[in-house]
Design a protein around this ligand. Structure first.
Ligand SMILES: Nc1ncnc2c1ncn2[C@@H]1O[C@H](COP(=O)(O)OP(=O)(O)OP(=O)(O)O)[C@@H](O)[C@H]1O
Ligand SMILES: [Mg+2]
Length: 261
């Protein structure tokens, strides 16, 4: 009998307050290696707070967070760099997350340098990452202001891939993009996951977006997990009226309500 693979990310009973109010109130979730887990919920439900806890940018008031068996909040310094490299972030707003004074290629090169790529191999490695995210390597010479939103978000993905992560935490990575760019970015991320075994914690307020990528999805409301399950099940037959409302918001034609409720 084979044991299930230990989770890459394990969040257990996490509570986090801001100004006395719970942003997260006892949330548990896990992401196995290579798994894509979606997190949906309306604005203020606690999605970004959970992302920041997972990334070690924030400590929980109660409960535990473990990435590769370590507390991400306590990963510090050069000694922990190799663990840090395995956990990367793609933010919502690529324009805000890239330094306007750095060419796109320099931003990616910086991430590569930080994680030990020798200087002589940088140009080749940057070009390789650009190709991997479907960008012409010639765009590496451009400044962020000279790139479209979709191209910039690909640069942000390239930069996140530079350290060779096992898990990408993506917080609304498509919400600043038009529909066509959204779909292309989702295809890129899905393909990367399939080819490289990369895992995702993928956050969106839009269940239709999460459905493209996620194997499993959790619905967050008021800092609690309301419902969770395989994305196909949730899509076909949401157990909770709130999930159904999210579906309606996402598609305009959600499954018909159950006559029982
Ligand atoms: N640094 C902070 N200081 C005070 N309150 C905060 C802070 N960060 C989050 N909150 C509060 O915690 C709750 C959850 O916020 P969070 O940003 O996690 O929601 P979200 O689901 O990501 O929302 P959105 O979809 O709008 O991004 C909100 O009520 C928010 O106001
Ligand atoms: Mg958020």
């Amino acid at each position: 009998m084979t044991e299930p693979a230990p989770a890459l990310l394990e969040v257990r009973s996490v509570v986090r307050h801001f100004a006395g109010r719970p942003a997260l109130d006892g949330v548990s979730l896990s992401v196995a290696p290579g798994e894509a887990v979606g997190l949906v919920g309306e604005s203020g439900s606690g999605k970004s707070t959970l992302a920041r806890l997972a990334l070690g940018l924030l400590a929980p008031d109660a409960g535990t967070v473990r990435f590769a068996g370590r507390d991400p909040y306590r990963l510090r310094g050069a000694r922990d760099r190799s663990v840090r490299a395995r956990l990367q972030f793609v933010p919502q707003d690529p324009r805000g997350s890239l330094n306007p004074a750095l060419r796109a290629g320099e931003a990616v090169a910086f991430a590569l340098r930080l994680h030990g790529t020798p200087r002589a191999e940088l140009a080749e490695a940057v070009a390789g990452l650009f190709r991997q995210v479907g960008l012409d390597p010639a765009l590496a010479r451009r400044y962020p202001r000279e790139l479209s939103g979709g191209q910039l978000q690909r640069v942000a993905v390239a930069r996140a891939l530079a350290p060779g992560p096992d898990l990408l935490v993506c917080d609304e990575p498509t919400s600043a993009l038009d529909l066509g760019s959204q779909l292309r970015l989702l295809d890129l991320l899905t393909g990367l996951g399939e080819r490289t075994g990369l895992g995702y914690l993928f956050i969106s307020h839009d269940l239709a977006v999460v459905r493209h990528l996620a194997d499993r999805v959790l619905v967050l409301r008021y800092g609690r997990v309301l419902e969770e399950g395989p994305v196909a099940d949730l899509w076909a037959s949401p157990a909770h009226p709130y999930t159904r409302a999210l579906l309606e918001a996402a598609t305009g034609h959600a499954p018909r309500p159950d006559p029982a409720d």
